[in-house]
Design a protein around this ligand. Structure first.
Ligand code: RFL
Ligand code: PHB
Length: 379
């Protein structure tokens, strides 16, 4: 059967969905409000779970990832001033990869352009009508009628507002000051630090580029954080580990929020990725949830295309939301265990430290932590 899917948004969710549908012989048009350069340069996530890497491999979109991605078998947790390693591979047989979201997006855009498939930059979608029948995508003064529309337009897009219900929300009393630095990573794996001065995270983008984050109060102005202050604060929070200062090339403050849509479907309009749910970044789940959503959706559209059965499409919202809530739970746990709340008591701090000691001394607790961090397979 012939089918046309309208995809709103060319972030990782929309681009990967377009690629998977193309491989299944299903036509799609991708609408993106911003220009190519903006979409390719936007700094965001850096960690890919095993299942995300597997999907990119199946999609034929992993050539550069195989060459440049950095596999990581564990992380360090710093607390009480000392580093403690959690080994993912030893406990679960799974690992994660460092490969920036910017690079995933560049690779998928290059493939779509090489295949000469419709990818409309600078084309904001203003709405979708007739969602109960053949949904119509509105852009500028033009329209496109589709069989299905998928909103992959992120938290600030239009699609999620078209789905009834207000969703479930949690805000957090902290933000992250994120920097990119021309400096070798502090350590060969990621380091998550609990300290009385607040949370800190040392990540990386390559063997010569560091990506680091500091917990700061909501509303922080990044201009109040000159480079020297940032390096001094990072040094104070990482205990045994010593950051390698270098030129800071980007500095920004990221607020933290969790939100989950009550459903990922309204008629023939579906939501995927940040359009349907966001997590605080502490668990590194946002990009991976987006990839998991579109893996499920592509399988559901393929099943419909090949067999005429709506069964997988009908199951999509419930199946995806089960995984989303599990990731919300982990991201909430990571955020509340590692950050210092403005009203935190000594009792709260002792509970955090007890939990961190449990993860780093009990193999059962470490295994459970590693399972959540490296992700559960799609389905
Ligand atoms: P995206 O990447 O937001 O892509 C949505 C795309 O839709 C476009 N768009 C529209 N297009 C057409 N018409 C409209 N009306 C449109 N409205 C919007 C946008 O321009 C954009 O290109 O969503 P997607 O694909 O679901 O991917 C999700 C991930 O981007 C996201 O979960 C993660 O990046 C979250 N996240 C992070 N996750 C981590 O694991 N680690 C991080 O360090 C991390 N940092 C971040 C982040 C998210 C951020 N945002 C969304 C504010 C840092 C930031 C700043
Ligand atoms: C990142 O590299 O940007 C990153 C890594 C791990 C996280 C969050 C962000 O938990």
């Amino acid at each position: 059967m012939s089918m046309l899917v309208g995809i709103i948004g060319a972030g990782p969710a929309g681009l990967l969905l377009g690629r998977l549908l193309h491989l299944a012989g299903i036509d799609a048009v991708v609408f993106e409000s911003r220009g190519r350069e903006h979409v390719e340069q936007r700094q965001r996530a850096g960690i890919l779970e095993q299942a995300t890497v597997d999907t990119l491999r199946r999609a034929g979109a992993a050539d550069r990832l195989e060459r440049e991605g950095l596999p990581h078998d564990g992380i360090d947790l710093v607390f009480d001033g000392s580093a403690h390693r959690v080994d993912f591979f030893d406990t679960t047989g799974s690992r994660v990869w460092i490969y920036a979201q910017t690079e995933v997006v560049k690779d998928l855009i290059a493939l779509r352009i090489a295949d000469d498939l419709p990818l409309l930059f600078d084309t904001p979608v203003s709405g979708v009508s007739d969602v109960d029948g053949r949904p119509v995508v509105h852009h500028g003064d033009r329209t496109l009628a589709c069989d299905y529309v998928v909103g992959c337009d992120g938290f600030h897009g239009v699609a999620r507002s078209l789905v009834p219900g207000t969703g479930f929300e949690r805000s957090f009393p902290h933000s992250w000051l994120g920097i990119m630095a021309e400096a070798p990573p502090m350590h060969h794996e990621l380091v998550y630090a609990h300290s009385p001065r607040g949370f800190a995270l040392a990540s990386m983008r390559s063997p010569s580029v560091s990506r680091m984050y500091l917990q700061v109060p909501n509303g922080t102005d990044p201009t109040h954080w000159p480079d020297d202050r940032i390096w001094a604060e990072l040094t104070a929070r990482f205990g045994d580990h010593r950051p390698n200062p270098g030129p800071i090339t980007a500095k920004s403050v990221l607020p933290m929020r969790a939100w989950v849509s009550p459903t990922l479907r309204h008629g023939n309009l579906f939501l995927a990725g940040d359009a349907g749910h966001i997590v605080p970044p502490t668990g590194a789940k946002g990009l991976n949830l987006a990839a998991a959503d579109v893996t499920l959706l592509a399988a559901a559209f393929t099943h419909l295309h090949d067999t005429g059965s709506l069964a997988l499409l009908d199951a999509y919202s419930d199946t995806s939301l089960r995984r989303v809530w599990r990731a919300e739970q982990f991201s909430h746990f990571m955020t509340t265990t590692l950050h210092v709340a403005p009203d935190q008591t000594d009792f709260d701090t002792h509970l955090q430290l007890a939990r961190l000691r449990q993860i780093t001394t009990s193999r059962a607790a470490a295994t459970s932590f590693a399972e959540e961090y490296t992700g559960i397979a799609a389905g």
